[in-house]
Design a protein around this ligand. Sequence first.
Ligand code: PHE
Length: 336
Amino acid sequence: MKEQIDNLVDELKNFKISSKDELEKFRLKFLVKKGLVNDLFNEFKSLTGEEKKKWGKELNVAKQKVESFYKSSLEQLEESGVGNSEVESELPGYFSELGGRHPISYVVEEMNQIFERLGFSVSVGPEVEDDWHNFSALNFPPNHPARDMQDTFFVEDDIALRTHTSSVQVRLMEEGNLPIRSVMPGRVYRNEAISARSNCFFHQVEGLYINKGVSFLDLKQTLYNFVQEFFGANTKVRFRASYFPFTEPSAEMDIFLGTETESDYKLTKGTGWLEILGCGMVDPNVLENCKIDSNEYSGFAFGLGVDRIAMLKYGVKDLRTFFNNDKRFLDQFATL
Ligand code: PHE
């Protein structure tokens, strides 16, 4: 019996516990029903009365040593925090999902890149604008009905949410670093009824080129290049005469989608043609308003509506789905 008790104490001395795993191994080896301590007690039962007297006390002392070693190891582990539930090293970690880019941003980016390849830089400006930059400098006289073309959200008398990114064109022209060849992407606001096809805010990419001797031909060639890159080499386009206060002559450009699919038929109202931009030669009054000599310089400007093009590109039928932040919708673009 003595030898067995000594063995038990020796084993106990050799045991090191530095993790919850090791503590559990210890418990299984020494303290469970079929563990070493109980084995000894079972053997103890078969001893004679004389021997029991002799070894009982020693056996109990050994048992207490085992138990107090177990208790103190457990306390130490808890104090040092090893194996506490908060730092359960084997639990899988929490992963935060990566967000995706917004589909409108993809389209804006693609447009910017095409124009950058054509030599345009990218400029941005404020969404809250004064009357001068949004209207007056662009040849909208006060109380002129042309201002009704763009239903404006006013912040104060002379301050409004910009109705187009042409305001950034004015800012660039006022800076006066000629020639100017830049595109202006951004969000614009108009007080329009919200429906599947229009919203009270939308996105534009406008462009401006000012130099000596710029002609309508340059405008057309730039837009042809853009359309071929963005919509494909064989895309048909047409220009229709139009009116904007800040350009003269003015035009709108359509691309041909056809009417074969139901969605193309609807989108083009049965004509096959979809309007994608307004454009024209910058009105000399606008150049003069921005202190550019209109006898020396001329320029063209255009403004693309991004949202409708994004609807077309991604087959989205209701404009509003772009903006109600439904994760199931947005996730479809996350991997693009
Ligand atoms: N600013 C015009 C609009 O928002 C678009 C446009 C830009 C037209 C430049 C002509 C030239 O409707």
